[in-house]
Write a protein that binds this ligand. Structure first.
Ligand code: ADP
Ligand code: MG
Length: 612
């Protein structure tokens, strides 16, 4: 019998090895971006066609390769990053296994152009199926451009395993984001099928995070920063209000390498403790730096899992650092949800209202400013003392009380019926300061706040929707596409069914984009996009408030958003409609958040005021 064991030919061995490192287009993207970062590039461009199935190209301005190195780079176990086993525990680079380019060359058609500053000419190499097809000198920019076409062209079984373009593109974006977050000082762009998906200018860590997670995060990040001899941790956690129902924006980097760790994730969750609802997930982007000898990154071919020398210390440290950061900010008080993010971001505003800090905080000047009744950003105190004060002021001192009092816009009085109150039909309405409407009634006059009144009207209209009545939709003649940040896209998807009931027709379009097919009948066409963005923005702002259902929040946001604003001139007809609509509401006298919508001045009260 003949011997039967044979050595595998190189290209087959490489293909098999490639299976570990390159599972899908996104894995190649990760390896190529990391190589660019390792080469010291300050500018890295990623170009994708057909979710990486047709083309993945990475262009960097890093240090480039010599002619020989360019050829060597594609050999298996060829690396410039380690020389002996000790180096493995001093790793500062992203790569070190020397497998990526060999793997890529085994399963795709690869073209490399590379030049070092000191070389006049660069090198061009064409390679596929691990075979060099062409190698020649070429003129090219300093740095490296590597493009891989038709991934898995020679391994049809693998190619067939690839998911839809949308799914593969999502993986690519995930990898792109992870590398971009690790190198904020490097410019990154991502272009997919000719469209620029990301354009991330070099900047600070915070800028990079906000560029990626979206501007709403700007005022909602709490900085984490602790240093010890053993390890440092820095980065940001989202304020409790950014917590999501879906595990979205959670990023851990160890020595600048994105890692997945359920264990460390648990440490962060624990630090958030009671601050967020049980079933929601905090957002965070955290970086741990420690001596490379304390970790083993070589436990996983794509290096996404690592082993710590002492896991318990890391856990305790992460938890303590996050707790400390949160303690400095505490839970935001229950602010009026329109409060603008800049103001809410101020320490003094976001600090009050935890049990231990309440007293100190409520005595702060800034807090007082925000809790004054005449401020737009009025914080509702628990005892509603401001409203009580207001009541005293407007309630005329009559012995028999009740009947003669002004309508007290207080939620406790909501049930009160208002049929008796109606605006006289044939009087002229007067608009004051483009904000107030003065309307005569049978017994005096009303001072109606146009915006607050309209908010009440819309609130009741939208609230009706769940009871079987869908709000009327106007179909868009030219459907508008909406491109969203990854996280916003997830939130929007979650809200779609509810949005539908209030008149929005929005359909997912893959790749975090959506098409707006229709909008509620009372939204100005041309404003579709803005109105949805605003809605999401407000919703997020509001989303830590667990006492309301998702629908209730959405309805409140919609009403707030769509209400005509103070400062808008209104015609007679509009004012009349507004007044009539208001008094068909079941609780016309308050907004959903409890502000008065109008003040009533009764004739006899006025008389008394004038000493009659
Ligand atoms: P590793 O990154 O693990 O060393 P790779 O197969 O990814 O292995 O790359 C092999 C070698 O090719 C690297 O060690 C590096 O010297 C060189 N190389 C790869 N990509 C680039 C690049 N974009 N710029 C400069 N050198 C590169
Ligand atoms: Mg590499």
């Amino acid at each position: 019998m003949a011997d039967i064991i044979q050595l595998l030919p190189d290209n087959i061995a490489n293909q098999i090895a490639a299976g570990e490192v390159i599972q899908r287009p996104a894995s190649a993207v990760k390896e190529l971006l990391e190589n660019a970062a390792d080469a010291g590039a300050t500018e890295v461009k990623l170009i994708i066609t057909d979710a990486g199935k047709a083309l993945i190209q990475v262009i960097d301005n890093g240090k480039g390769m010599s002619e020989t190195d360019a050829r060597m780079a594609f050999e298996r176990h060829a690396t410039s990053k380690i020389r002996n086993i000790e180096d493995l525990f001093r790793i500062k680079t992203m790569g070190f296994r020397g497998e990526a380019l060999a793997s890529i060359a085994a399963v795709a058609q690869v073209e490399l152009k590379t030049r070092r500053t000191e070389d006049e000419l660069g090198s061009y190499i064409e390679i596929e199926n691990s075979q060099v097809l062409k190698q020649e000198a070429c003129a090219c920019a300093v740095g490296t451009s590597i493009s891989m076409k038709n991934l898995f062209f020679n391994v049809p079984a693998r190619r067939n395993f690839l998911k839809s373009n949308a799914a593969e593109m999502r993986h690519i974006m995930d990898e792109f984001i992870r590398v971009a977050m690790a190198f904020p000082a490097v410019f990154f762009s991502l272009n997919s099928n000719g469209q620029e998906v990301f354009h991330l200018e070099a900047g600070s860590l915070k800028q990079r995070i906000v560029q990626i997670l979206g501007t709403p995060y700007n005022a909602r990040l709490v900085s984490v920063n602790e240093e010890t001899d053993y390890m440092n941790i820095y980065g940001f956690v989202g304020k409790p209000e950014t917590a999501r129902k879906t595990r979205g924006d959670q990023y851990f980097f160890v020595n600048n390498r994105f890692i997945k760790s359920a264990y460390l994730n648990h440490a962060v969750n624990n630090a958030f403790d009671e601050m967020i609802a049980k079933d929601s997930f905090p957002s965070y982007v955290l970086y741990i730096d420690l001596d490379p000898s304390q970790i083993d990154i070589n436990v996983h071919p794509t290096k996404q899992e690592i082993k710590f020398e002492d896991e318990k210390i890391i856990y305790a440290f992460v938890q303590a650092a996050v707790k400390h950061a949160l303690a400095q900010f505490s839970i935001a008080p229950s602010l009026d949800f329109t409060l603008n993010p800049e103001i809410q971001g101020l320490d003094a505003v976001s600090k009050p209202f935890t049990t231990d800090k309440k007293n100190a905080a409520t005595s702060s000047n800034l807090f007082k400013t925000f809790s004054q009744k005449n401020q737009a950003h009025f914080i509702e105190g628990n005892d509603r003392s401001e409203l009580k004060h207001w009541k005293e002021f407007y309630t005329p001192p009559t012995p028999d009380g009740g009947v003669e009092t002004a309508q007290i816009p207080d939620t406790e009085h909501r049930i009160q019926k208002h049929q008796t109150l109606h605006v006289l039909p044939d009087t002229t309405l007067l608009q004051l300061h483009k904000t107030y409407i003065i309307a005569s009634t049978n017994s005096g006059f009303l001072l109606v706040h146009q915006q607050l009144a309209h908010e009440r009207i819309l609130y009741e209209r939208y609230s009706l929707a769940p009871h079987g009545q869908q709000m009327p939709t106007q179909k868009s003649l030219f459907p508008v596409t909406l491109e969203m940040a990854v996280t916003d896209a997830a939130l929007l998807t979650e809200l779609l069914p509810d949005l539908q009931t209030i008149g929005y027709q929005v359909e997912p379009f893959g790749n975090n984009s959506f098409v707006i097919q229709g909008i509620p009948a009372d939204i100005l066409a041309g404003n579709e996009k803005h109105s949805i963005e605003l809605l999401l923005e407000q919703f997020k702002h509001f989303s830590s408030d667990i006492k309301f259902s998702r629908r209730e929040k959405l309805v409140r946001c919609m009403a707030r958003q769509q209400a005509i604003k103070a400062g808008q001139s209104l015609g007679q007809k509009e004012m009349l409609t507004l007044a009539e609509d208001l008094f068909t509401c079941s609780s016309p006298n308050v907004t959903p958040t409890g502000s008065p919508t109008y003040l009533e001045f009764k004739e006899d009260y006025l008389d008394r005021m004038f000493g009659r």
